[in-house]
Design a protein around this ligand. Sequence first.
Ligand code: AP5
Ligand code: MG
Length: 193
Amino acid sequence: MFNIILFGPPGSGKGTQSEQLVAKYNLKHLSTGDLLRGEIAAATPLGIEAKKLMDAGQLVPDEVVVGMISSALDANPQVSGFLFDGFPRTTAQAESLDKLLKLKGGEIGIVLALEVKEEELIKRLLNRGLSSGRSDDTNEEVIKNRIVEYNNKTAAVAKHYAAQNKVQQIPGEGSVEEIFGLLSKAIDAEISA
Ligand code: AP5
Ligand code: MG
């Protein structure tokens, strides 16, 4: 099992690159943002609670997302690996993920950290907000809150995995194809190492 974390701030291209990476490497894509939007669309109690926080650009509680990921791991016993997108987002989530994977005899193989300037992140998300229907993309203040949450709580996740020597920084500006090439090269090097 080879598991990847695609890491980076809001709008850095995690979702865009995940689509191509899961196809190329035959991985199961697990995006906590997508799972939460699924709960909102289904109007579940979890979704209704999560929506309030997401609309404000704040993280939902660790136990909520860890519970969703734990269920998703159990529901996919046969896959050759997982691609985590938008998870883990706090050190506590990272510690929980490491434990859950260990129980299954696995671990994180590589953390690919997309680097994009804040100005470009805001531009991309406002632009997507014109058509995405994502309520957290339409308002610059909410976008900025998401970036503040990232800086305050999520950036530490890279330190957690740097201590395990697993992080590779990848420039996240350029064409989608160029960035996909850089990500693939880093994965190929790690798999054959
Ligand atoms: P989530 O859904 O994870 O959103 P996010 O991390 O804020 O980031 P995005 O999904 O908006 O960006 P992305 O990096 O995937 O970029 P994308 O490829 O879409 O989380 C949403 C909310 O859910 C959180 O705020 C939180 O409330 C909650 N949540 C989720 N997970 C959680 C967790 N683990 N713990 C607690 N709370 C959690 O690209 C963005 C745009 O840029 C697109 O329009 C795309 O077309 C464009 N683009 C992509 N690549 C390029 C490129 N190379 N050049 C130009 N444009 C590009
Ligand atoms: Mg995304």
